[in-house]
Design a protein around this ligand. Sequence first.
Ligand code: SUO
Length: 448
Amino acid sequence: MSTATEANFDGLVGPTHNYSGLSFGNVASLSNSAQASNPKAAAKQGLTKMKALADMGFVQGVLAPHERPHIPTLRRLGFSGGDAQILQQAAKQAPKLLAAVSSASCMWTANAATVSPSGDTNDKRVHFTPANLVNKFHRSIEHETTGAILRATFNDERYFAHHFALPSVDQFGDEGAANHTRFCDGHGEQGVEFFVYGMEAFNTNTPRPAVFPARHTLEASQAVARRHGLSPDQVVYAQQNPAVIDAGVFHNDVIAVGHRNVHFYHQEAFLDTAKMRDDLLAAWGDRDSTLHFIEVPSAEVSVQDSIQSYLFNSQLLSRGDNDMLLIVPGECENNPAVWAYLNRLVAGSSPINEVKVFDLKQSMSNGGGPACLRLRIALTEAERQAINPATLINDSLFERLNYWVDTHYRDQLYEKDLADPMLLIESRNALDELTKILRLGNVYEFQR
Ligand SMILES: NCCC[C@H](NC(=O)CCC(=O)O)C(=O)O
């Protein structure tokens, strides 16, 4: 029980990483549209973060990218002929569609799924529900392959239960773990699962954002909690403040992060902050440790600075009881208000004692920070032993993957390059080799 850990599974950035401005409501995605991207640098920035966590002793895994451009989706939408012909027709008739089926967005594995650890579920297995990501077309095509990769990574039915995504309609809009946090004493013990939603779908008399979409509904979270077999008194729901969604907080993990007994969030993150705290404290009850609320006041860090710096899209990691480390993106260091706040935070009496900065600029330019890039999975020792070991980062896998990136990736990509049939061939060759490195089997359509 006490040897349970929290593993982080990061998405490996795929060879088609580019800036297409696909995410209405995500400020970085819209403002960097049409810039050149660097897929090679993007993949290496991600690998460097993974390696650093593995070196610090954390369990660090990797989730493979998806096949892009996704030819099966283009065929479904009426394009026909050989692959090169399909790419050419799509580029001419529907360039935004081609960009959408070429996005490397599966790198943000915080959106891959919602995971409930065995300490919380009634059958004592770890449950996974891939997120349907229905609000954005380019992301709505991820969940099938995500499910296949999760099954190939956590491939022992005695320990792991895999569900299909929720129905792909707005009413069940599900963005996965970006809107889900688990509070607990020890990772193997019963925890409190905290689901944050943007709106209620079926009760239209409730508050909702006016400018940008609420991607995630209460009804989706309730369905996930039911399927995972969670105890209702250990589940808390909270609504995001619609005003911050309208300011660009498209996922709650842009304005709050939780880990073990710490909830670190912005004053304006929730519609009803007092209720959020009361509900969490009620579910927390009488545990060994205290549940800490670290509320960042608007007077110290504005919502705008939070969005620009991604202060809350950080990774909170435990080094021991009441001793945590915060992994933040370089943008935090460059924002004076945020950097001053972080310096006060680590000098103060909260469990957060150190800040480490990582350069994740390639992903940040599409609105993805350190926390977006990882999916957390709390595991008992027996469950950890049951994971596909070829997906866990160590010195040799790190070197192998860096070499693999050097071999297959370009260092510059514009939207117009997505129509290049060579890019498709390069990507498929890369992914085919990757499934062998990570021992995933044939998870892609082009392999079947
Ligand atoms: N958790 C972070 C997710 C970021 C992601 N961005 C994107 O898909 C941008 C892709 C582009 O614009 O090329 C999104 O908005 O879902």
